[in-house]
Ligand binder design. Structure first.
Ligand SMILES: Nc1nc2c(c(=O)[nH]1)N[C@H]1C(S)=C(S)[C@@H](COP(=O)(O)OP(=O)(O)OC[C@H]3O[C@@H](n4cnc5c(=O)[nH]c(N)nc54)[C@H](O)[C@@H]3O)O[C@H]1N2
Ligand SMILES: Nc1nc2c(c(=O)[nH]1)N[C@H]1C(S)=C(S)[C@@H](COP(=O)(O)OP(=O)(O)OC[C@H]3O[C@@H](n4cnc5c(=O)[nH]c(N)nc54)[C@H](O)[C@@H]3O)O[C@H]1N2
Ligand SMILES: [Mo]
Length: 768
């Protein structure tokens, strides 16, 4: 494969022709045009499958409810390319390890169960029953159940993940590390502390009524393209869109609707953000504090003048606790600290505050730019503080909206994929199935990897995902995985994790969301939950490539049956008829009564949100303000004055997390390459470096370990000085495993302290 690499600024709006062109290119490239188009037309419709792309909600109105990147996700899964025993006979694991992530995924779907043969260094076919028996043998040989880790990636359906957590708890462990630990954990933790529920409080149609939408630290043009429609419509009817993003992101500036023929025919596009602020990495908490400081000033002035204040006094008095302490903390924070940390000026923050104040209804949305820092829980709570002061909760067009990543990551948590389940949840499982679940908290992702490095883990099972590439500190993560006795990957495609096997290893091939799922009792559907707590059915349409692939639910049931037998649960009967699983879910998870009947509602049903109905499931029954002080430093473990740059690791337009679809990042003007480093032109000039020159990036940390990646090409970009950006997962070797968020445990992927030096290594792409 040859790629032409170039840097060429993108001049058009996001979406529009460019996006339609890219979509059709993906559809046609995958060589099964008719099937693909049929698939795309069914995505997110009342009857069809849920788009595996992201967790944005559906309106079920437009004919084509898909976007360019959803199309990539669908066609990438529905490929007819596949790899079988012959492929694994040809390539050893060591040889495959040398290949790029792009090469690995590009080989196509895995079609049969495989077992790693350490003597030959090859994967070889194994029967399903034999594979399940091998897993059961390893689990039975453990000294205690906490020697097992059960990882989940957020695509798994409600049915598969509910069964998986039941298996784990019956086996005796709460070790459920998941992708959410690396993602929105801070949102869940922060919101739970503030408002008693770790989910967003709004519905999709609230975007139609908001007067202002504040978008913090997210890049919807690439990662939630359907959100651009909501933003665009809001902007068109005069709502203010205020963006806080360290980078200038095209999708947040202008957007042409690729599903609106008029806009496609005229190169017209709509402005999205009315105001765009570029804070320093990790500077959002300070920015919001600045806004509140300005708002508090206005509030007091009004009161001193004998007028009504601007805060929602009645709401605050009735529903909240702790405002006085919070306002004391705001008073104690000076402007100098706020502007230094946020990188925004006092007038800018006063302007943002004025826009906020003028809006009757405000939605705040956020994603990884908020959640992947050390002080992310405090930052999420600072967003909640702002909204609480104005009672922006539980009314139409207003509320809190963490925009989730994986298409069912929120549903996984609802189903009990949680290393620290509530006692009420465990009580419900215990009562329904008459067993004694483990009560102590289990491991999150970072803790699981640390336990593996201490040789405490014998068995890792992964329900999807690609831990080796997604987790931080790649060399240590790979070492951790290799120290397990048995690693089991339930996967659709080949990925890096398969190539760092434990002492023994299995790859179990699964069918995907887009494919038909036929079990003993007939065709099955599954269910998922989106960012707005809407639960709906998803049924695949494509024929699976082979009969040797199994559904995730069937695989989990097979493992559970082999390990635990069917004394308490008839696992195989559940896998034969998912309605039976849903009946158990109805009996054990709040909000799911009459689950099977509710699945028939077109568009699904809303789980509700207690906080949006002014019921706060916190200790004191109130929404709680947080009075946290601003962080002293983004990396208190080291001397910040010695850190020249802070690096964020983010997604390009042509990737889905660790799956690399292509080597372009169109909206940022990068083509044919991924090893690039975005930098402010003045920072570059000051160091005597030139655009296009290669640099090495090295982490500054406190443990004597060298973390370094080499040969990254400099791309001058609209980014504040001292801040850098480069793609994940190439830069994961730079994120220390020991650097994670307070209270969230999430790796600090958006604030890595680094230095850069001119590179003498030439950057060769690992592409065969
Ligand atoms: N096509 C596609 N869709 C996806 C994914 C994908 O990989 N590809 N991944 C899915 C998943 S799992 C997730 S979690 C979401 C991720 O969705 P995003 O959170 O949008 O993903 P990132 O690429 O990490 O982008 C982070 C954005 O925040 C900005 N940012 C970084 N740090 C800061 C900061 O400190 N402050 C502010 N204000 N801004 C900051 C960056 O400049 C960037 O625009 O997308 C989901 N959807
Ligand atoms: N440096 C840095 N690291 C990060 C991030 C970052 O921004 N910066 N983001 C973090 C975030 S937000 C997340 S969510 C994690 C993602 O972490 P993961 O969820 O572990 O990673 P993915 O890349 O989404 O997983 C892709 C793999 O899932 C498998 N797969 C795909 N579809 C299916 C399916 O339907 N079923 C099954 N069983 N398997 C399937 C395929 O084999 C594919 O290789 O990464 C985190 N890591
Ligand atoms: Mo994520």
């Amino acid at each position: 494969m040859k790629f032409k690499s170039q840097i060429k600024p993108y001049q058009s709006a996001a979406g529009g022709w460019g996006s339609l062109e890219a979509t059709t290119r993906f559809v046609f490239d995958s060589k099964q045009v008719i099937k693909n188009l049929r698939n795309l037309m069914r995505v997110n419709k009342a009857k069809g499958f849920d788009c595996p792309g992201c967790a944005w909600g559906d309106d079920n109105k437009s004919t084509f409810s898909f976007c360019e990147n959803g199309a990539k996700a669908v066609t990438w899964e529905a490929t007819r390319r596949y790899i079988d025993a012959a492929f694994f006979k040809r390539y050893s694991v060591t040889q495959l390890y040398q290949q790029s992530d792009y090469f690995l995924e590009y080989q196509g779907r895995i079609t049969e169960p495989l077992r790693y043969n350490r003597a030959t260094d090859h994967y070889e076919p194994i029967g399903w029953d034999e594979a399940f028996e091998l897993i059961a043998r390893h689990i039975r040989a453990m000294d205690n159940p906490d020697q097992m880790e059960l990882y989940t990636s957020g695509r798994a359906s409600n049915e598969a993940s509910w069964l998986y957590q039941l298996f784990g708890r019956m086996a005796g462990t709460n070790n459920f590390p998941d992708c959410s630990n690396m993602c929105h954990e801070a949102s869940g933790t922060g919101l739970k502390r503030s408002i008693g529920v770790g989910k967003g409080t709004i519905l999709l149609h609230d975007f139609e009524q908001a007067d202002a939408i504040f978008v913090f630290g997210q890049n919807p043009g690439t990662n939630h393209p359907r959100m651009l429609h909501s933003l665009r419509h809001a902007a068109d009817r005069g709502a203010r869109i205020v963006t806080f993003n360290t980078l200038r992101e095209r999708g947040l500036e202008r957007f042409a609707d690729p599903q609106n023929p008029v806009e496609l025919l005229t190169p017209k596009s709509g402005a999205i953000s009315s105001t765009y602020y570029q804070p320093n990495l990790g500077g959002d908490m300070a920015a919001i504090r600045g806004m509140v400081k300005a708002l508090l000033e206005t509030h007091r002035q009004r009161i001193n003048a004998g007028e009504a204040g601007i805060f929602a006094d009645a709401f605050i008095a009735e529903h909240t606790h702790g405002m006085e302490d919070y306002l004391t903390a705001v008073d104690a924070t000076d402007w100098q600290t706020i502007t230094r940390q946020s990188g925004l000026s006092e007038p800018q923050l006063r302007q943002a505050a004025a826009i906020y104040q003028q809006a009757e209804r405000v939605i705040c949305t956020w994603a990884m730019g908020i959640t992947q820092h050390k002080h992310s829980v405090d930052t999420v709570r600072e967003i909640a503080n702002l909204q609480l002061l104005f009672g922006q909760l539980g009314k139409p067009g207003a509320g809190l909206c963490p925009v989730r990543g994986h298409s069912n990551v929120q549903g996984n948590r609802t189903m009990g994929i949680d290393e620290k389940p509530s006692q009420a949840f465990l009580d419900s499982m215990a009562a329904h199935f008459d067993f004694t679940p483990p009560r102590a908290a289990g491991h999150n992702t970072v803790q699981a990897l640390q336990a593996m490095l201490r040789d405490e883990i014998k068995v890792l099972i992964a329900l999807g995902g690609n831990l080796a590439a997604a987790a931080p500190d790649s060399p240590r993560t790979e070492m951790a995985l290799q120290r397990c006795g048995l690693t089991v990957q339930i996967s659709t495609k080949l990925n890096r994790t398969h190539l760092v096997p434990g002492n023994e290893a299995l790859i179990l091939p699964t069918i995907g969301r887009t494919e038909e799922d036929i079990q003993a009792r007939g065709a099955q559907f599954v269910t998922v939950e989106d960012s707005f707590s809407m639960v709906h059915a998803s049924q695949g349409v494509g024929k699976p490539l082979t009969s040797t692939q199994r559904s995730e639910t069937a695989i989990v049931a097979g493992i559970a049956q082999a390990t635990l037998g069917n004394d308490k649960v008839d696992w195989l009967a559940l896998a034969a008829d998912y309605n039976l699983i849903r009946d158990h879910i109805a009996a054990t998870i709040p909000g799911f009564a009459d689950f099977n009947q509710k699945c028939e509602q077109p568009g699904g049903f809303w789980l509700g949100n207690a906080a949006a109905q002014y019921r706060f499931n916190t200790d004191n029954g109130k929404a709680n303000f947080s009075a946290a002080t601003l962080p002293v430093s983004l990396f208190p473990a080291i001397d910040a004055s010695e850190v020249p740059f802070t690096l964020q690791t983010l997604r390009s337009h042509d990737q889905y997390n660790t799956t690399i679809y292509g080597l372009d990042d169109r909206y940022r003007g990068v083509y044919g390459q991924r090893e690039v480093l975005f930098i402010h032109p003045d920072d570059m000039a000051e160091m005597g470096l030139q655009a296009g020159e290669n640099v090495d990036i090295e982490t500054l940390w406190n443990d004597g370990i060298t973390r370094r990646v080499e040969g990254f090409k400099l791309v001058p970009y609209a980014i504040p000085r001292g801040n850098l950006a480069a793609y994940y997962p190439e830069t994961n070797p730079l994120v220390p495993l020991s650097s994670f968020g307070d209270g969230s445990g999430t790796p600090t992927s958006k604030s890595v302290p680094v230095k850069i030096t001119r590179s003498y290594s030439s950057n060769t792409l690992r592409i065969a």
